[in-house]
Design a binder for this molecule. Sequence first.
Ligand code: 8YV
Length: 322
Amino acid sequence: MVDKRIVVTRTVPESALDVLREVGEVHVCTQDRPLTPAELREAVRGAHAVVAMLHDRIDADLVGAAGPQLQVVANVAVGYDNIDVPAVTDRGVIVTNTPGVLVDATADLTIGLLLMVTRRLGEGERLLRARQPWTFRLDFMLGTGLQGKVLGIVGLGGIGQAVARRARAFGMDVVYTGRRRAAADVESELQARFLPIEELLGTADVVSLHCPLTEQTRHLIDKPALAAMKPTAYLVNTSRGPVVDERALAEALRERRIAGAALDVFEREPEVEPELLELDNVVVVPHLGSATTETRAAMVELAARNVAAVLTGGAPLTPVRS
Ligand code: 8YV
């Protein structure tokens, strides 16, 4: 069956392409950067399915450019803030995402970042790579221990819970906030206590962000929120960059109003606020949350299976509802 056109906006593993080739003719955009809006419009023309990803803006205009035959947009990500879901679904197009399969990879990275920033691992590595002299002293490059400290999770969904589980193994106490309370069994397994955000910010030794980017969460961590955090506290962000006001964060870090930050995501990706790069109490990595070979393959395969289900008249496996 090759009458359906499937557009994949960037290179993906072969295993996923095999799934797609069974249901249509696959066109992979092979550039190593996100398509510009004009290129994306051109690429999707005539598509029945689009496999999209981070930084591909999918809205009513793009659906119009694709044409009325478009049936499904499969986002290779759990987050879908790049998609205007109401506008797309109103036009009869199904949107899917990839929940579940990236939970462990993202939670592992969060803990890695947490350790990096609290134990000053990036700083230590930079020191050695710069061939700086050093010698063992009892007070040399002291970090902060995690045992008995309070982890404040913003968004106790799948990833937030996986981070909480790992943090409990490190001996941390967990508090959380979000739009609603977690189920009682989740709270009890993680011994996690719900707090309103203002209280969480003032209580946590580490604030870790795991909420989606929405109009409600954009700049959730702004100047007043940073001011509400303890001066000894750390911020970890593996959710979406715009949840944090990056300039306000840089200022708070420079003035040591919080102890440090570890960031996987940025407000204006791929740009990083230049001031953050000058500060020693910041760890930055380039959006690596789900970046393991296994996880990326699982994400793309799930997206491909969503496309295959819709194009063969079935129900999508992991639809996003507006
Ligand atoms: C993806 C992510 O790697 O799933 C998400 O929401 O942020 C990452 O896991 C990225 O979005 C690639 O599309």
